[in-house]
Design a protein around this ligand. Structure first.
Ligand code: FE2
Length: 375
């Protein structure tokens, strides 16, 4: 692993694309009404806004859900000819839009397109009685898109066209607080192409890299580089498959998603034990590592605040670096296709990604792949 001083790099080159964070993540799904119920019931998201036929939108229904700083939109097609229907037919449920909050969506579009980005949406101003929002967008890997959202002149609930979603079914939140990072799976030998895209077109820098020596088991391998924007608020690891004895998890993803896309979204919590206990009680399924992992844990990690038997019972993993430690756990895929899953993460000083857990984790994923007949 090599670490590059991203701060120094971004000080030298003025940030031409200042991002204030991830505004929202929009999923295209087969049945948004049922998906919204799942994310409320299982993941503790709160009803926030809605658009659909009742609000004058004829081609789709979108449910906006929130938990602390995390906003997700679940969108479904109402007609077979829409591009949303084509997307879910081809990819299954998955992430379509990763939207950045920016001060100026027009500049963001022109600065990135000038540097080679493929336009997706020219800057448009959407207005209602609560003000106006400027939106634009560019393509990234696969059919995934980055939107730029400028909302400083908007005082409505979410975006023009949406209305507040009043629901009398409101399960409690589970303590999820923010998006820590989002990982993209790209095709064979395409990692550096997309690393360069984030570097040259969006002004990101490389935070760290993992090669197949870091991330391999007896059977499969992958390579990964972590890209971070100038403000450090957005982190996107990019994975590509690497040659192994059997089919890697990235290849399985690419086969079932039919190309590159978002592999996992890491959501942070200030108390992973409480959050994971609650998620498990609500039926969220997590990957489990063998009990031997916990027998070796103290030797590898040293002292931590949490009790090992509690972590073992829940299946929470721990890793340490120079700056501190982190606790993390991964769900099984949240669709029938083995594609998108979630990570739950609590950072206690560490800013890395759990390299020490890769082997145990990937062996757990391989056991699942084997059950699906895809190893
Ligand atoms: Fe992750």
């Amino acid at each position: 692993m090599d670490t590059i001083q991203s701060a120094t790099l971004s000080e030298v080159n003025k940030d031409f694309l200042p991002l204030n964070g991830i505004d929202f993540v929009e999923f295209y799904v087969g049945n948004a009404k049922q998906a919204a119920h799942f994310y409320k019931t299982a993941f503790g998201f709160q009803s926030f806004a809605y658009c659909g036929p009742e609000t004058g939108v004829r081609d789709r229904a979108s449910y906006v859900l929130k938990q602390r700083k995390i906003t997700i939109i679940l969108t479904t097609a109402l007609h077979p000819t829409s591009e949303i229907a084509a997307h879910t037919h081809f990819h299954g449920d998955g992430v379509k839009h990763i939207a950045f909050l920016v001060d100026n969506a027009t500049d963001s579009f022109h600065e990135t397109v000038k540097r080679g980005a493929k336009p997706y949406m020219e800057p448009v101003t959407k207005t209602d009685k609560h003000g106006s929002v400027v939106m634009s967008g560019i393509h990234t890997y696969g059919d995934t898109v980055h939107l730029f959202i400028e909302r400083s002149n908007y005082h409505g609930e979410f975006l023009p066209g949406f209305q507040k979603w009043e629901s009398n079914y409101n399960p409690e939140p589970v303590g999820l607080a923010a998006i820590d990072h989002m990982v993209g799976n790209v095709g064979w030998f395409e990692m550096n192409k997309w690393v360069n895209f984030y570097k040259d077109t969006l002004g990101f820098s490389q935070l760290m890299s993992f090669d197949d020596k870091d991330i391999s088991t007896e059977y499969t391998a992958l390579m990964s580089k972590v890209m971070q924007n100038g403000t450090g608020k957005v982190k996107f690891p990019i994975n590509e498959p690497a040659e192994g004895k059997k089919k890697s998890q990235v290849e399985e993803y690419l086969d079932f998603y039919n190309g590159p896309g978002v592999q996992h979204i890491a959501l942070s919590t200030p108390n992973i034990i409480e959050t994971v206990t609650e998620l498990a009680n609500r039926g969220v399924e997590f990957l489990k590592v063998p009990t031997t992992y916990y027998q070796e844990l103290v030797k590898r990690i040293g002292h931590i605040d949490e009790e090992i038997p509690t972590l073992e019972k829940l299946g929470i993993l721990v890793d340490r670096d120079d700056e501190g430690y982190l606790l993390q756990i991964f769900t099984k895929p949240v669709e029938d296709r083995p594609t998108l899953f979630f990570e739950i993460i609590q950072r206690k000083g560490s800013r890395s990604f759990g390299k020490g857990n890769f082997k145990a984790l990937f062996e757990a994923i391989e056991r699942e792949q084997e059950l699906r007949g895809n190893l």
